[in-house]
Design a binder for this molecule. Sequence first.
Ligand code: TXA
Ligand code: MG
Length: 314
Amino acid sequence: MTSRTKRLRADDAGITQAVTLLQSGALVAFPTETVYGLGADARQGEAVAAIYTAKGRPSFNPLIVHVADATAADRYVEWTPQAKVLAAAFWPGPLTLVLPLRAGHGLSALVTAGLTTVGIRVPAHPVAQALLRALGGPVAAPSANPSGRISPTTADHVHAGLGGRIAAVLDGGPCDVGLESTIIGFDGPRAVLLREGGISAERIEQLIGEAPGTDTGSAITAPGQMTSHYAPRGAVRLNATTARQGEHLLGFGAVEGTLTLSRGGDLAEAAANLFGHLHKLDALGGGIAVAPIPMEGLGRAINDRLRRSAAARY
Ligand code: TXA
Ligand code: MG
């Protein structure tokens, strides 16, 4: 764990250091126009897992992926016509679009919490822009506060909440908007408001000529109520040390399975592998038996997620 959190000035040298840290899998908080984000390279599963450790988040919620512009987003998402209109009008800015993942996207499954969609946004803050352009890659970032605490709008807030738990904070002064981004998902072609935020529903209505839906219907789940992140088709049985007939074993530590979350019992490695391994075992058909995971650190979030996928059956 990081013992001292560097405060980086938002100049060229600071951006370069932040990029080096992100590339090495470390966490860097950075300013956006909404709130400070706690950033990790969205392609590195263990770096993304470290976000949950640092925030003390008890469960895995899907994270927003930040990119420099709409062209960079093309690599990760399938566009709908209305999404294009919204992106053209409000990016860069406080709008997150939840869109289907494109094949070969390369994002860690932990970023999307195993969903087939991803929340993506192009922040307007010049420091966020400089960071994303210098990295040339996607940054997963929730708000940079400990779980359950208020979102940070200054580097001091980040220090007070997460100092000692993350590698660095890029200090870009106070955030303008101070309120998280508006999140829009799509139910087929129809825009659905998933979270109120920095861009009002009225402005979206003016642009697309109709009010975004608020009833999420069957297709999408509202943020914060992500109970059905990922329900495997087969039954999930927890705290297993061997597979029964018709099951595949998902191993951990000394319990070796068809796939194993972490042979060495490393919870960050296990978290990074969790959703990908569940998908792979589910594709084999049959049930999934899961080895015991200790209820400590990230193990709590892993167990929360596993309990939900097991409960989703009944
Ligand atoms: O302004 C913001 O959006 C800030 C800055 C740092 O960009 N970020 C932020 O992230 O607020 P976070 O993790 O606190 O909120 C992300 C929200 C969650 O409520 C999550 O459920 C939703 O986005 N979300 C992300 N991906 C989703 C998906 N594929 N489907 C539905 N909801 C999603
Ligand atoms: Mg938050």
